[in-house]
Design a protein around this ligand. Structure first.
Ligand SMILES: CC(C)(COP(=O)(O)OP(=O)(O)OC[C@H]1O[C@@H](n2cnc3c(N)ncnc32)[C@H](O)[C@@H]1OP(=O)(O)O)[C@@H](O)C(=O)NCCC(=O)NCCS
Length: 99
């Protein structure tokens, strides 16, 4: 878990989270930047730091799910869609509506 704290307000303004199995695979779960702090490089900074830390641990495969509107954020960081034809699959159980 990595985050950036605004010194003045002590508020967390950028956050990212990943899990790894301690061998060579990791999954990034989130990256979120407070809307009033977006567009100044914080998202890119936390991602670059996270990737560096995972690589330093020997992790060589880092996967993530991306909404279509954010693909352009991840691509310059080195992420590619469907590498070698690999496709993501999801088992998703429909939640029952609460009455
Ligand atoms: C996506 C998000 C994390 C980007 O963070 P940010 O701090 O605003 O981004 P940065 O300022 O670090 O931008 C880094 C680069 O990515 C680009 N970029 C940012 N958001 C982008 C987007 N949605 N699509 C394409 N490029 C994007 C910037 O233009 C910048 O390019 P540059 O290096 O050429 O100048 C942020 O907008 C956010 O929190 N969004 C809501 C949550 C979300 O959608 N998370 C991703 C879930 S998959």
């Amino acid at each position: 878990m990595l985050w950036v704290q605004h010194k003045k307000s002590q508020k967390s303004v950028a956050f990212t989270r990943a899990t790894d199995g301690g061998v060579f695979n990791a999954i990034i779960w989130d990256v979120v930047v407070d809307p009033s702090f977006q567009g100044i490089g914080l998202g890119k900074a936390v991602k670059e730091r996270q990737i560096e830390e995972l690589l330093d641990k020997g992790i060589s495969n880092i996967a993530l799910y991306s909404e279509p509107r954010v693909l352009g954020f991840y691509r310059p960081l080195g992420f590619v869609s469907d590498p070698d034809g690999i496709r993501g699959m999801v088992y998703s159980r429909k939640q029952k509506k609460k009455k």
